[in-house]
Design a protein around this ligand. Structure first.
Ligand code: KMH
Ligand code: ZN
Length: 272
């Protein structure tokens, strides 16, 4: 089977040191977590950044500093900034990391309740605007879908030429407000994708490794990391994102798939 691309979502915008003291905030901590994930086999770093006190920010200078530090420690790794940022941020705020011409960036494909009390807003106009910016700057979008309807939106945008083919999706399962993380829900999303699509799958919280296994056996790719889950096993917090990547690699290898290098990932994702 094709090699598996492992993405490490090392930081996120919602998770804090109160959840797990190893969640990185500073540039040094973020670069250190990226390095540990890269050494373990991650080809892609999905990147949010923080101020030193943990406040999420989309500031381009902060992204630049973090991206430079990551590049130094992880030669060749694919850095995929978030354009989702944190709920409540404006579109212009969220778009800032695109100024740095990353190879990839996330393109969130719909609005949903996000946790108990927040709404993650992505109107069709917003998605078109973000997709256009990515297309103009030759940035490969990772289409984030948190529910089935978002795949319909992606089909629409592909048809209208806002998103180039072949598209790459991230199926995110288990967000409170989005689709659940059962096998049937995973299959429903996977079977709904365009036939030429590549996909990564992300399980939130305790679903992280079940979803990883489902992705591995169905030809998909894996995302793990503190953004989505801070536990290595039900009772044990992970010492670093690298431990989560180690576990993802063990699962993939047992199921017959080796982790892709960054260049192999570029080939699979058509970004070479
Ligand atoms: N922080 C969430 C509201 C993305 O990175 O594009 C959105 C998110 C998705 O994390
Ligand atoms: Zn994210």
């Amino acid at each position: 089977m094709e090699k598996v691309i492992i993405t490490a979502a090392i930081c996120g915008a919602e998770v804090t040191k109160e959840h797990n003291n190893n969640v990185p905030y500073t540039v040094r901590e973020i670069a250190g977590e990226a390095r540990r994930s890269y050494e373990a086999g991650a080809a892609v770093i999905h990147l949010h950044v923080r101020l030193d006190d943990g406040t999420p920010t989309q500031d381009a200078d902060r992204f630049k500093e973090c991206m430079e530090a990551i590049r130094e420690k992880c030669p060749g790794v694919i850095i995929q900034p978030s354009t989702g940022g944190a709920t409540g941020m404006s579109n212009e705020e969220r778009l800032q990391p695109l100024k740095l011409s990353p190879e990839m960036a996330t393109l969130d494909c719909g609005t949903l309740n996000f946790g108990e009390d927040e709404i993650f807003i992505n109107t069709i106009e917003t998605i078109k605007c973000f997709a256009e910016r990515m297309k103009e700057n030759d940035i490969k979008p990772e289409i984030e879908v948190f529910d089935r309807s978002m795949i319909n939106t992606a089909f629409h945008l592909i048809k209208k030429g806002y998103i180039d083919t072949p598209p790459h999706f991230n199926l995110v399962l288990g967000v409170k407000g989005g689709i659940g993380a059962s096998l049937s829900e995973f299959s429903f999303l996977k079977e709904s994708l365009p036939s030429d699509a590549t996909f990564t799958a992300t399980g939130i919280g305790r679903h992280q490794f079940n979803i990883a296994a489902m992705a591995v056996v169905t030809g998909g790719h894996i995302r793990v990391g503190f953004e989505d889950n801070v536990y290595l096993s039900p009772e044990n917090l992970a010492d670093s994102n690298g431990c989560l990547v180690d576990k993802a690699v063990r699962i993939a290898m047992e199921l017959g798939r080796e982790p892709a290098s960054p260049d192999e990932a570029r080939k699979i994702l058509n970004i070479l």
